[in-house]
Design a protein around this ligand. Structure first.
Ligand code: OAD
Length: 234
């Protein structure tokens, strides 16, 4: 079903990083069970209590230093290396895909490793020890305060034009480890289907949109993906 010239778009969510030890959002003990979304993941929350929001993301940024990519991330690198047309879109803000070796990658919800100036919007990767504390940081280009380079609720996801173009041209769309609750990502499946793509889902639990996939594999991404990629690239 997949050959070297098949045009593949992949969407990943928190589930692919779960086996690396990063908590998902909506599973039991997920991040959103222990935090109020409106307090830590909205522009209003940042304006109301920036220290709370800053501490929340600094803790998650520090966690990046303790986790490693898993076999799911690594299998996607092998698939990318085999294909001529491949785009990986992730909703994840961790850096495990790029650390595994993924190249053609869009972080549609932003990146924990980067910070952005509130005034001039300059973006910097800042992950040294002095950047991971609870004190606010200033922009290296001016006076502005840095905020997490994260897409909060009510903000525009990143890279949408490129993602929509890739979806409109893809032959196969694969969603991995995402509950299908958050838009616009949850709509990518429908966009790909309208284009006539074959659609595949891989998830621990059946996601919200499970019935719309042509094929669905239930289980852990780190176990299923290496087997599927081995079969597809044989
Ligand atoms: P969710 O926490 O909503 O869903 C994670 C999905 O991964 C669930 O359906 C789990 O069943 C599944 N899962 C867990 N472990 C898995 C494993 N080992 N292998 C495969 N699947 C597994 O996370 P997302 O769908 O990524 O946005 O959430 C989407 C967005 O909602 C996030 O990007 C974040 C959040 O609010 C922002 O913060 C902007």
């Amino acid at each position: 079903m997949i050959s070297k010239d098949t045009n593949v778009v992949i969407l990943t969510g928190a589930g692919i990083s779960a086996e690396s030890g990063i908590r998902t959002f909506r599973d039991s003990n997920g991040l959103w069970e222990n935090h109020r979304i409106e307090e830590v993941a909205t522009p209003e929350g940042w304006r109301a209590n920036p220290q709370l929001v800053w501490n929340f993301y600094q803790q998650r940024r520090r966690q990046l230093l303790e986790v490693e990519p898993n076999q799911g991330h690594e299998a996607l690198v092998r698939l990318e290396n085999y294909l001529e047309n491949f785009l990986l879109v992730t909703q994840n803000v961790d850096d495990l895909h790029e650390r595994a070796g993924s190249k053609n990658l869009i972080h549609m919800h932003g990146e924990l490793a980067k910070l952005r100036c509130e005034s001039c919007h300059h973006v910097e990767t800042l992950m040294d020890e002095e950047h991971l504390k609870e004190t606010f940081l200033s922009c290296s280009e001016g006076e502005g305060r840095l905020r997490p380079h994260i897409v909060w609720f009510n903000e525009m996801p990143m890279g949408m034009a490129e993602i929509e173009k890739a979806l409109s041209e893809c032959d196969v769309f694969i969603a991995i480890g995402t509950s299908g609750h958050v838009y616009p990502a949850a709509n990518f499946l429908h966009t790909a289907k309208r284009r006539g793509a074959h659609t595949i889902g891989i998830n621990l639990e059946p996601p919200e949109n499970v019935h719309f996939f042509d094929e669905f594999f239930q289980g852990k991404a780190g176990e299923i993906l290496p087997l599927l990629v081995e079969k597809w690239t044989r």
